[in-house]
Ligand binder design. Structure first.
Ligand code: LMR
Length: 398
């Protein structure tokens, strides 16, 4: 019956993680998957999560179905978090949110509804982007194109190219944007550049779908929301997928949200109902426990502050590792320009390592990075960063 099915080649990031786990060398280094590792190489349990999880677990009781859109308290708290409380008060009635299965689930719910009501629109992702962006939008039936983004000569953003490509898009094109901590490059837009992008989006009547999976890992929770805030302030209708996998270190709980900001309360009602229709036809309603943890933390001023401090600690550690990798490489190969390590932000850096160099790192040094040359800087630690710097310098120099 199924013999005609082709084999799925696997996802480049998740397959790499399996290969890393199977690697027997004790000094292996995981610079692959975008999951925050602490200074001991472990996925941490955040203090704020540890404070509420046992309390919630002890008081579980029965587990009825949640409403299709998920917990109202969670949805309200998340919307307030991503918009900022003053803005949330102002635009709340034209804003909707559903509790999603991580960021991927939010993207899928959003693109299913877009495919129904914007069937002729094309989707554009940055070149390059997170590989699953293309997979998710194509699975929903969209044709996925790209706009210029990364400039390999500067290791920064090709902003003129990006702007020119946005200007050339047909009206109602769907543009996937990364508000902060661009995945995979770590190259972000400045505020002035966002302002220019917003003018083009408004002028060309484009539909932005923002994907925010790392809020707080670049500059801070509020600072990393700039693109979202500025678009809402400019009166632009948008969709926003949110993931808490990394910022709450709750990967397996699959906690995220799809937020929609529309023109008025009537549109908002229609938008929410269509999100609910997509969810019902996909997985019916979201699970309970992870969302309860997040809502409990966000609803309590002290726990929320502690969580924000923890996000700050993760951010600071990654910045320190960027500094150490940069210094280690400069010391070993002064002619290499690796200043991009200092200007790129968030979990990822696009190193310019070729697929062959990435292969050498894996085979000769037990260092795992994505074939595209993306590294996850949280896999660096005080006890491995010098070895990684030496290995990078060696393969880049040869
Ligand atoms: C990544 O980019 O490594 C993460 O977002 C994990 C994933 O699902 O790909």
């Amino acid at each position: 019956m199924f013999s005609h099915l082709p084999l799925y080649a696997g996802d480049p990031i998740l397959s790499l993680q399996q290969a890393y786990l199977a690697e027997p060398r004790a000094d292996k280094v995981n610079l692959g998957i975008g999951a925050y590792q602490d200074e001991n190489g472990a996925i941490p349990t955040l203090r704020s999560v540890a404070a509420v999880r046992p309390v919630l677990a002890a008081d579980l009781g029965p587990t009825p179905y949640q409403p299709i859109a998920g917990s109202k308290q969670y949805r309200d708290l998340v919307t307030e978090l991503v918009l900022g409380s003053d803005r949330y008060r102002k635009v709340g009635e034209r804003t909707v949110a559903i509790q999603s299965l991580g960021g991927s689930g939010a993207l899928r719910v959003g693109c299913d509804l877009l495919k129904r009501y914007f069937p002729d629109s094309q989707v554009f992702i940055s070149a390059p982007s997170w590989p699953n962006h293309q997979a998710i939008f194509e699975a929903a039936g969209f044709k996925v194109g790209s706009y210029r983004y990364f400039d390999a000569t500067t290791n920064g953003v090709d902003f003129d190219g990006m702007l020119a490509d946005l200007q050339a898009m047909p009206a109602r094109s769907i543009v996937i944007l990364h508000p902060a901590c661009h995945n995979p490059t770590g190259a972000d837009l400045t505020r002035d550049q966002w302002d220019a992008v917003i003018k083009v989006i408004a002028g060309r009547n484009l539909l932005p779908f923002l994907d925010m999976a790392y809020q707080g890992f670049a500059e801070g929770i509020d600072e990393d929301g700039y693109a979202v805030h500025a678009m809402v302030d400019a009166g632009i209708s948008l969709l926003l997928s949110v993931s808490f996998s990394k910022t709450f270190s709750l990967y397996g709980e699959r906690c995220g949200a799809l937020v929609g900001v529309s023109a008025d309360a009537d549109e908002a009602k229609r938008l929410l109902s269509q999100m609910e229709m997509s969810i019902r036809a996909n997985y019916s309603s979201p699970p309970t426990f992870g969302g309860k943890i997040i809502a409990r933390v966000l609803a309590d001023a002290a726990l929320r502050q502690d969580w924000m401090d923890e996000v700050g600690e993760m951010r600071t550690r990654m910045l320190r590792m960027r500094d150490r990798l940069h210094a280690g490489m400069k010391a070993r190969a002064p002619s290499l320009n690796v200043d991009y390590l200092l200007s790129q932000r968030g979990m990822f850096s696009y190193t310019g390592l070729s697929a062959a160099q990435v292969e050498r790192l894996r085979v000769e040094h037990g260092i795992y990075a994505v074939n595209s040359g993306r590294i996850c800087v949280s896999g660096l630690r005080d006890d491995n960063v010098d070895r990684v710097a030496a290995a990078f310098a060696e393969v880049m120099h040869d």
